[in-house]
Design a protein around this ligand. Structure first.
Ligand code: ADP
Ligand code: MG
Length: 240
């Protein structure tokens, strides 16, 4: 579904992605883990072309990522992205946050967009908050709305970049539960997170990144119990 082939990216002198080759199958859930600054966010951003790459290719469902124009807008709709900061539109209601994309980008009639949004908001457990504004919701609720908003575009793959890092501890589980549910429903997912519980429950594969490289790649069980590289051992020693 997502294929990166010998991808390189530099920020000036910084070689932020170094010869990344990675293939994610339909329905696969890949957790990306690694120290701060290792290139995890850049990797996610490259997959929906919020960042350009300097070498190599990235393709989605067999098609190379488009560079610009309508094709790029279409690609963005196919790749759902959920960030650490929820990035909801503050002056729109929860329902409007979820219907906006489908109406503007997908051209869905308003009543259909609302029906679908209502269903998605219920699925993530915030159906009764539809008429409120983002600031009236807790962080965990806002992040679940952000997930519903991404799902409303019917993406082929969902990218999550540290979706629970900005949340109070008691709200982390309610967001992870939604993500586990999505994973079990067959969604193709790339998830940057240090939540080992999520990785063990939902991930098919863990990718450990350091200094712009994929240093280690394994099942969650193997990776967490028997990391092979010194970098991974050192990192796990710090977070566990
Ligand atoms: P991670 O998500 O693993 O913490 P990032 O992908 O955010 O890592 O960043 C990798 C490296 O690239 C860091 O050293 C960061 O400072 C640098 N970086 C990220 N974005 C930019 C940018 N737009 N311009 C210059 N350097 C950047
Ligand atoms: Mg990051």
């Amino acid at each position: 579904m997502v294929v990166l082939d010998h991808v390189d990216k530099w920020f000036g002198d910084l070689h932020v992605l170094q010869d990344i080759t990675l293939s994610i199958k339909r329905g696969e859930v890949v957790v990306v883990i690694g120290p701060s600054g290792s290139g995890k966010s850049t990797l996610c951003r490259a997959i929906n072309r919020l960042e350009t790459i300097d070498k190599g290719t990235i393709s989605l469902d067999g098609q190379p990522l488009p560079a610009e124009g309508k094709a790029l807008a279409h690609l963005r709709a196919e790749v759902g992205m959920v960030f650490q900061s929820f990035n909801l539109f503050a002056h729109k209601t929860i329902l409007e946050n979820v219907t906006l994309g489908p109406i503007k980008v997908r051209g869905l009639p308003k009543d259909q967009a609302e029906a679908k949004a209502t269903e998605l908001l219920e699925r993530v457990g915030v159906g009764h908050q539809a008429a409120k504004y983002p600031a009236q919701l807790s962080g965990g609720q806002q992040q679940r709305v952000a997930i519903a908003r991404a799902l409303a575009m019917e993406p082929k793959v969902m990218l999550f970049d540290e979706p629970t890092s900005a949340l109070d501890p008691e709200m982390i589980k309610e967001v992870l539960d939604v993500m586990v549910d999505l994973a079990q429903g067959g969604m193709t997912m790339v998830v940057v997170t240090h939540e080992m519980g999520f990785a063990r429950t939902a991930a098919n594969r863990v990718i450990f990144m350091a200094d712009g490289q994929i240093v280690e790649e394994n099942t969650p069980e193997e990776f967490f119990t028997r990391p092979t590289s010194d970098r991974a051992k050192d990192f796990l020693g710090k977070i566990l």
